[in-house]
Design a protein around this ligand. Structure first.
Ligand code: 13P
Length: 252
């Protein structure tokens, strides 16, 4: 049976309690749009409140530390996220790789910590514009997958991959549907190399300037199992435009 498309909103460093009304509105609509699976990753400070306000959608975090606890001022561990009500965590977002110097090994350690805490993980990969121009997009992403994916027993059942070309994030530019399909096929091949048969069922999300008006065509591309949405997930109105597109594709 085909999986429902998975639409995840990443609020990044945006959102105060005033935005819980958006989460509530998204949750109410998701109740009707059952042909799509919906989740939000608000900032740490809103995870608990979002979980309480929005009972149907998935709620997750945008990062975690690789250790279970200890002397790491300002960091948040995977068990703490679980305790706050998170069901998943995004790791390896390009903004964290760039702003915090996170390596593939760091991302893998975080993903393994998340799985150990009972969370699902979304592992982000994606090339820069210079890497794409140099014809290296697929090899860069393959190397990120090799280095970042968790290998614990059963990991493939709890992992989602998000392909987010760095140059498409927040820019309004997107790859062509053909380019998205080609990259996602290449990611699928790597996933089956790494996880064997279980790799065939790992969802691969596309992220980078997904909006209500381009969602339907991007979501219909080959091997696209959903979307990781930044800016357009900040209001219920725009996020719902994307969720509706996913639900319509899910009807087919
Ligand atoms: P935008 O949708 O704002 O381009 O952000 C994509 C992203 O980085 C989601 O994680």
């Amino acid at each position: 049976m085909a999986q429902r498309l998975y639409i995840v909103g990443n609020w990044k460093m945006q959102g105060t309690r005033a935005m819980l009304s958006e989460a509530r509105a998204i949750d109410r609509a998701a109740e009707r749009l059952i042909k799509a699976e919906v989740a939000l990753a608000p900032p740490f400070t809103l995870i608990h409140a979002t979980r309480k306000e929005a009972g149907l959608i998935g709620v997750g975090a945008q990062d975690c530390h690789a250790a279970e606890g200890g002397a790491h001022t300002g960091d948040i561990s995977a068990p703490m996220l679980k305790d706050a009500g998170a069901g998943f965590v995004i790791v390896g977002h390009s903004e964290r790789r760039a702003d915090h110097g996170e390596t593939d090994a760091d991302v893998k350690a975080k993903a393994e910590a998340a799985l150990a805490a009972g969370l699902a993980v979304i592992v982000c990969v994606g090339e820069t514009e210079a890497q794409r121009d140099a014809g290296e997009a697929e090899s860069v992403v393959a190397a990120q997958l090799d280095g970042s994916l968790p290998r614990a027993e059963g990991a493939a059942d709890k992992v989602t991959v998000a392909y987010e070309p760095v140059w498409a994030i927040g820019t309004g530019r997107t790859p062509t549907v053909e380019d998205v399909g080609q990259m996602h096929r290449s990611i699928r091949a790597r996933l089956t190399d790494i996880y064997g048969e279980a790799g065939a069922h790992v969802r691969i999300l596309y992220g980078g300037s997904v909006k209500p008006d381009n969602a339907a065509e991007l979501l219909a591309a080959d091997e696209v199992g959903g979307a990781l949405v930044g800016g357009a997930s900040l209001t219920a109105e725009s996020f719902l435009g994307i969720i509706v597109a996913a639900a319509e594709l899910g009807e087919g």
